[in-house]
Design a protein around this ligand. Structure first.
Ligand SMILES: [Zn+2]
Length: 478
């Protein structure tokens, strides 16, 4: 009887498992946490290989390995796993394996430098920042934070009939970073290369143009920092949480529309993701943040909230085909819900963290001076470096960078210090990042004409180096 019943059960094919198998195999072979590989891919491409299409930042495959550039280079990955670069472009398992090999190499180098094993997720954090390939520490750390956010949220995604899952993690070492996220509409100002926009003194605009990056948030920001990209946008919006990075002052003409007349009268907003996968990228958080930004722009310039003045790149004239500027762009695609977006812009409350200047901090280029003391208790070592800082203030936001060169017993290190803050009454609330290796730490500075900031923090590098402390003073000329 039992045998008869069993015989009646239709034979079922095993569910597909190629993608899960590829992550598992790469994790075991290179000793990189499996969830970290999946979350990194999820942050970069939502686990889609896009049929070989290259992203804006020149990346290929599920892990967005770069065809040009040093990190994460598809050619270096190919060499590490002894395959051809072309195979990594088209073979998903090889692409994942190559990325794991790069991360493993980074871990090896880090172990040599600090004399202890890279084991915990906390140890991997700066390596994920490094894997982003971003030279701006704020951006690199932001990428790591995004990957870890996906691990904290957990991931469930269906790809070609296969379910990829990451169980929710808890990362206590990121608690302070999580609590600080999104305190204002614009998270940071990361300037586009001056080769990628036209320096202007615009006081009025009458259009907002909506774009899709066809790439990741960090990769696209980094692309607009590259002088050879020949493109830029005023604002970049992240899919996961609606974080916004400003890249070009509104008074300047960003090159986003592929049509000079449109560029010269508009603000361009780029949204993370791909038009082929709107359901995965156009999140409520992104719609909402973008709508608040567009509302703020419309209020400040008196722009009517309608589809004549808020348009998609595809509606920009000047293309030899139907539209989308000189190179016929189609973004944001049919998956962008215009009715919902315009409603959200109309309903976005005034005073929701507007971006107009509120106090004494005048817009413009900023210069100043800094001194930073870096010390290691373990070595009994204290090094001081100082020098100029450069940056700019725009719409109540201050962004400055400094470089610090240290030497100790024949080894040298360069620290890039990035300070970013938002004006709030008479204070500027901000964070500083010292390379991608430190957690960002907070500081409050007074904006009474000249700006003086005292910042301090510590980061445990583990191993022989132990806790490294930073104390920095930054002074911005009035
Ligand atoms: Zn576009």
């Amino acid at each position: 009887m039992l045998a008869l019943l069993l015989a009646c059960v239709p034979s079922r094919e095993a569910p597909p498992s190629a993608l899960n198998d590829a992550f598992e195999a790469a994790s075991i072979e290179y000793d990189v946490p499996r969830d970290l590989l999946v979350a990194t891919s999820y942050a970069l491409t939502r686990l889609e290989d896009r049929s070989g299409m290259v992203s804006t930042e020149g990346g290929s495959g599920l892990m967005d390995l770069r065809l040009d550039g040093d990190v994460p280079s598809i050619h270096k990955a190919a060499a590490l796993i002894q395959m051809d670069s072309e195979e990594l472009e088209h073979d998903t398992a090889a692409n994942i394996r190559g990325a794991a090999a790069i991360l493993a190499t980074m871990a090896d180098n880090r172990e040599l430098a600090i004399g202890s094993r890279v084991e915990t997720y906390e140890h991997w954090y700066p390596l994920v920042a490094q894997f982003s390939g971003e030279s701006d520490p704020l951006l690199a750390e932001g990428f790591a934070f995004q990957v870890y956010t996906y691990m904290m949220w957990g991931v469930i995604e269906e790809i070609d009939g296969e379910t990829i899952t990451v169980e929710a993690h808890s990362f206590p070492f990121l608690d302070s970073r999580t609590a600080r996220a999104r305190s204002s509409l614009i998270a940071q100002f990361i300037p586009a290369s001056t080769s990628n926009y036209t320096d202007s003194s615009r006081t009025s605009v009458d259009m907002v143009v909506i774009h899709t990056m066809e790439g990741s948030y960090s990769g696209s920001i980094s692309w607009f920092q590259n002088p050879s990209s020949g493109g830029s946008a005023h604002y970049m919006v992240r899919s996961s949480d609606g974080e916004i990075t400003a890249m070009v002052d509104e008074e300047d003409t960003a090159w986003h529309a592929g049509h000079w007349d449109t560029n010269s009268r508009s603000i361009g907003i780029e949204h993370e993701g791909y038009i082929s996968d709107p359901g995965k990228w156009y999140t409520e958080a992104m719609y909402s943040a973008s709508a608040s930004l567009t509302r703020d722009i419309c209020d400040r310039y008196g722009i009517p909230i309608d589809r004549t003045h808020i348009i998609g790149h595809t509606e920009v004239p000047g293309c030899s085909g139907s539209g989308g500027g000189s190179s016929c762009h189609t973004d944001p695609g049919s998956g962008w819900d215009w009715n919902k977006y315009i409603d959200m812009v109309k309903n976005a409350g005034g005073g929701g963290g507007g971006i107009g200047p509120t106090g004494a901090l005048a817009d413009g280029d900023k210069s100043g001076w800094f001194e930073a003391k870096v010390s290691s208790d373990e070595y009994g070592l204290t090094k001081v470096c100082n020098g100029p800082v450069n940056g700019k203030a725009t719409s109540g936001h201050l962004y400055v960078t400094a470089n610090c060169h240290l030497e100790h017993e024949g080894s040298t290190g360069d620290f890039h210090i990035t300070w970013s803050g938002e004006e709030n009454g008479s204070d500027i609330l901000g964070t500083v990042v010292v390379d991608a290796y430190s957690d960002p730490f907070e500081g409050v500075i007074q904006s009474d004409g000249s700006v003086v900031s005292d910042l301090s923090g510590a980061h445990d590098l583990g191993g022989d180096i132990g806790v490294v402390r930073y104390e920095a003073t930054i002074q911005i000329d009035p």
